[in-house]
Design a protein around this ligand. Sequence first.
Ligand SMILES: Nc1nc2c(ncn2[C@@H]2O[C@H](COP(=O)(O)OP(=O)(O)OP(=O)(O)O)[C@@H](O)[C@H]2O)c(=O)[nH]1
Length: 295
Amino acid sequence: MVSSSFKAGFVSIVGKPNVGKSSLMNKLMGENLSIISAKAQTTRHRIMGILNGEDFQIVYSDTPGILEPKYSLHDAMMSYVKVSLEDADAILLVVSLEDTYEEELFERFKKLGTPILLVINKIDLAKGTQVNDKIAYWKNAISNIREIVTVSAKTGEQVDTLLPKLLSLMPEHPPFFPQDEYTDRTERFFASEIIREKIFLNYEQEIPYSTEVSINSFKEEPDIIRISAVIYVERNSQKGIVIGKAGSSLKKVGMEARKDMESFFAKKVFLETHVKVADNWRKEKFKLRQFGYLE
Ligand SMILES: Nc1nc2c(ncn2[C@@H]2O[C@H](COP(=O)(O)OP(=O)(O)OP(=O)(O)O)[C@@H](O)[C@H]2O)c(=O)[nH]1
């Protein structure tokens, strides 16, 4: 039973390359890692880890390239997972000790309503008053920061101060993902996300928003994973588009998805995809989602 005071939410970890996001993530997950810490690479986000506690679930994700100058927020794709900085429940903005404010990269954080915790990492390398100097520096550079936390993701120093701060920012919500220790259902989720990404990349506007991906079977054998997926569309006409001329479009989606799955699961993958027109129940679900009633 999930109690009514259960908290669940999304935390976006952002920062320039090499500031220590992955190291911090590993320390945050610690021994509590009960689901997965693999990276699901999709167009605009990857789930880095799902931290499950007795009465909470925090989904950590990062948004590759968000701190690269050319990233356009308008590119953000709609997805099951709340990915944009605006949609996250909290942002961990990671900088390393030697980083300085760069207008082009950090400007967008100044306008965000989402609570931002600025994490100054690599304090194990600090000399003299450097840590305090940096705290003052960043406070001044970005005024809407909720709090500044200094950590060393390498030694683990002060990383444990982050969790209570994050929990206080998570809304009351039932868990978004299965809480079980076994990874099977989560792996299915990642498999379907990879297919969804390929649908977004291969079809025009209407199709991605009118499809649902369901993983019918996921069988892991010693040398291969056999996955059977159904792509549900709303109407018959869309079925033809998804399949394409002599099956060419579906084949392309399948091939691209299989390749990504193989690198994600680090195993050979046999992927079978079918396209079906959704039944009434699913149609209802589409509609609910469009109106924002479904995650
Ligand atoms: N001294 C020190 N080194 C750290 C710390 N955290 C991370 N590093 C090192 O910094 C480098 C980058 O760390 P990552 O965790 O891979 O950084 P990242 O931000 O995930 O990098 P990208 O995946 O490129 O975005 C590695 O060599 C880490 O060992 C820290 O707290 N102290």
